[in-house]
Design a protein around this ligand. Sequence first.
Ligand SMILES: NC(=O)c1ccc[n+]([C@@H]2O[C@H](COP(=O)([O-])OP(=O)(O)OC[C@H]3O[C@@H](n4cnc5c(N)ncnc54)[C@H](OP(=O)(O)O)[C@@H]3O)[C@@H](O)[C@H]2O)c1
Length: 334
Amino acid sequence: MASEPQEVTASPLVKLNNGLTIPQLGLGTFLSDKGLVGEAVKQAIKMGYRHIDCAWVYMNEEEVGSGIDWAINEGICKREDLFITTKLSGSHYNEIKWALNDSLKKLRLDYVDLYLIHLPFEMKNDPTIKSLADLKKEHCIGYNAEKMSKVWSELEQLVSEGLIRSIGVSNFTIKKLEAILKTAKLIPVVNQVEIQAYFQQNKLRSYCKSKGILIQAFNTLGNPGLFKGKLDVEPLLDNAEVKQVCEKHRATPAQVCIAFGLAIGDILIPKSVTESRLRENFKSINLKLDEDDVKRLKSLDKNLRLYTMKAFCDPAGIPYEEFFDVEFDSSYQI
Ligand SMILES: NC(=O)c1ccc[n+]([C@@H]2O[C@H](COP(=O)([O-])OP(=O)(O)OC[C@H]3O[C@@H](n4cnc5c(N)ncnc54)[C@H](OP(=O)(O)O)[C@@H]3O)[C@@H](O)[C@H]2O)c1
């Protein structure tokens, strides 16, 4: 009798262009509230997550750090087993080392595995900003290719100082990647962008692949917490095609969406602060979709961006066209 396939208990690793590896499935922490996120990080590490995506601007790094510290002190993992990412806020382009050190202090780390330029836009550094909700269009300064290249070269310097293992970008278009690559000594290891079944960004994906830059996708689940009830389309997790794939594999919609992202080679960071969902999501590493499933899920692409960055874009902020380097392509203004 054929034996049951063994359950996989660790995320697959993916090789970055600098030779280091990253767990393909990690944990996101955007909108993970204080009071919940520390426990979520503890639970996640206990169940096998080894990759956590943070950002200075999420304003919860201290609690994420306490969860990481707990896991290391409990002997659940060693620092070197973890892959921790954080991001440089657009308001800190003139004080990069301060920003990195502030994140390191909050995360209780002496280096991060990956540091990303969060957005290719400078923002005013306003100390009255105490939460994400305080960030307003008036804080936007905008995109400047020369400034971006200067920021990148400072990050390269911090890699050589050992405070960062790898550097990458987030929310960069092909045009903005081309600009940064003109002077970069280190190629970004990833471009962290929105990719979900309704918005697959195949042109950007091909470009990144041609340069050795991996896609780190956010919004894999179509963020039901943020977008449910605000869209004119079926939420991704309620989509009929997704559900059919679920039935075939006896999996949940979230697991199918995650397994799809893994099957197309992306690095994923689905967020949850709910223990059962953390487990459910992590178990996606055991779900192997076949060619038909992947084809079916690929056909869901509608070029539908959910994160339209309305908080920063028109009117009064950065023009949408400048932010995304495309004509406005979505009627779904969130
Ligand atoms: N670079 C950037 O500009 C950028 C932008 C956005 C996001 N990100 C990163 O990417 C991560 C993921 O993106 P995201 O948080 O926007 O969206 P997401 O991971 O697609 O969705 C998160 C939402 O889905 C819920 N959820 C999680 N697992 C679920 C499940 N199994 N079934 C049903 N609902 C589930 C979560 O609720 P609960 O937590 O209540 O369980 C939360 O409301 C972020 O946390 C952040 O680290 C980066």
